[in-house]
Write a protein that binds this ligand. Structure first.
Ligand code: IPE
Ligand code: IPE
Ligand code: MG
Length: 246
């Protein structure tokens, strides 16, 4: 069944180059099982593996995952510390496999707020996977899109004040170039799990013409088949970018 989906994707062609995912629903998955929320987060780790392997199989070049938002710092300290521990565990467990698969990992967000050991793990996985050329995996952690855009505005203002940039030099490309996602461009497809129809401060600028796909599937139940269904749905769409159909 999964192979069949993959075959259909290949036949359709035009695989999304860049997929972003809001990995949501871990808490509800745990609650349905009367488990503590951190066990939902733990169960979600294997879904990250599914997404990575599925993306590689399908020929996706960039996978940008929303793992922890700036706003998520407002959660109970026990949940935050479980998530930080899981981040370190994920990196320790996956680093060799990711490297073997040719995955290059980057962490986007305010890493200054991470614990020292989580920050060290993040730096290690980035350093050890720099040569990966099969898939770029961006993990958005302590990430806020409004903070990212605010930072870009400040960078531009500094350059103008320093005389390195003229006011006319501030155009859309100049802003895109100062976002954390600059090297990877805009997503073609955004997937949000758990049925929520909102973007929750994720990639606000970059999503201007991204195709949106919401699935009821809770993140811990996400498999590569869920990814393939989303890609097939994307392949049936007509992207018009404001123009008339051709
Ligand atoms: C997503 O799952 C993971 C994070 C935001 C860290 P949630 O923890 O938001 O799960 P729900 O939305 O409460 O089900
Ligand atoms: C968005 O999910 C952030 C991540 C998935 C990391 P949330 O669960 O934090 O979003 P809201 O609160 O439902 O908007
Ligand atoms: Mg949620």
């Amino acid at each position: 069944m999964t192979d069949d989906l993959l075959t259909r994707i290949k036949v359709m062609g035009a695989v999304p180059r860049h997929i972003a995912i809001i990995m949501d629903g871990n808490g509800r998955w745990a609650r349905e099982r009367a488990l503590p929320r951190p066990l939902g987060h733990r169960a979600g780790m294997k879904s990250v593996r599914e997404a990575v392997e599925g993306a590689i199989e399908a020929g996706v070049e960039v996978l940008t995952l929303f793992a922890f938002s700036e706003e998520n710092w407002q959660r109970p300290p026990s949940e935050i510390s479980a998530l930080m521990d899981l981040l370190e565990e994920y990196i320790a467990q996956e680093i060799e496999e990711l490297r073997g698969e040719g995955v290059s990992v980057r962490v986007l967000g305010d890493r200054g707020r991470l614990t020292a050991s989580a920050r060290a793990a993040v730096e290690r996985v980035e350093r050890d996977t720099t040569t990966g050329s099969q898939l770029s995996l961006n993990l958005c952690i302590s990430y806020s899109s409004r903070a990212e855009i605010t930072r870009a505005a400040k960078l531009l203002a500094e350059e103008v004040l320093a005389g390195a940039l003229s006011l006319d030099g501030i155009d859309e490309d100049a802003i895109s170039a100062r976002l954390l996602t600059a090297p990877w461009g805009d997503p073609d497809l955004l997937i949000r799990t758990s049925g929520e129809h909102r973007v929750s401060n994720f990639l606000l600028w970059q999503l201007a013409y991204t195709e949106l796909y919401v699935t009821q599937t809770l993140w811990p139940d996400f498999t590569r088949a869920t990814l393939y269904e989303a890609i097939l749905d994307y392949q049936r769409r007509e992207r018009r970018f404001g123009k008339v159909p051709v």
